[in-house]
Design a protein around this ligand. Sequence first.
Ligand code: NAP
Length: 233
Amino acid sequence: MNILITGANRGLGRVLVDMAAAAGHTVFAGVRNIDSVSSQLQAMKDRYASQIYIIGMDVEDEQSVRDAFYKVSEQEAYLDVLINNAGIIKGRERKIEEVDFQEFEQVLRINLMGPMMVVKHFLPLLRKSDNGVIINISSEAGSFANAYGGDYPYAISKAALNFFTAQIRNGLKDNGIKAYAVHPGWMRTDMGGASAPLSPEESAEGIMRIVNREIDLDEEHFFVDHLGRPMPM
Ligand code: NAP
């Protein structure tokens, strides 16, 4: 399969690139800054030279996403899987009285508008696949049922990402394209911190099983965890 993964420089995205390439897929690894690719991602590129393409794609910048689309189109005529993984968390410690709206806007631009831009521009390639799938990496923080009084920018961005997923799930179903919002679990990455219970490898393994259709997802639920279990909306 041909798979595009955003935010592939480190964390979950980087591990997903590794696993997808090891499974024999062609991987387009989107990175925010092509001039500062991590040594780990570069090592993977060296290992799977003919399968991994590192593509500059800052999901905060529509021109960068458009340019990335042209670069991927030069290599491949279609895309089977798009994993919108790039994300940031900011303002964790702020109470509602302290919310910084510049910070808020940046979180929305990356966590919500970023995936929307990538879908907007890459749709022509997904439409050419027989089994197109969009996986938006979300978070339990975006669950209405479990809303907690904190992480305002991040949680609201992920709740909106879940809504966007519901929209494209219906809006694109005539094209045979499926869409899921996946909570990857609390992982030991730069974002998740050292005390998280899951390694990014454990999470990526589950997500790859979803990508490879080894987990049968219940058609009714589009918000699931990395093992395909329904998450409360
Ligand atoms: P991470 O370790 O902080 O890595 C984030 C990745 O996103 C980095 O590669 C970063 O690139 C990239 N990125 C940030 N802004 C970008 C932009 N404008 N354009 C392109 N790439 C950008 O985070 P993670 O833990 O792997 O998280 C991956 C996803 O899982 C996120 O969507 C996150 O919200 C979600 N999630 C994580 C947890 C957790 O416990 N970690 C829990 C629930 C959900 P640079 O290296 O260039 O900065």
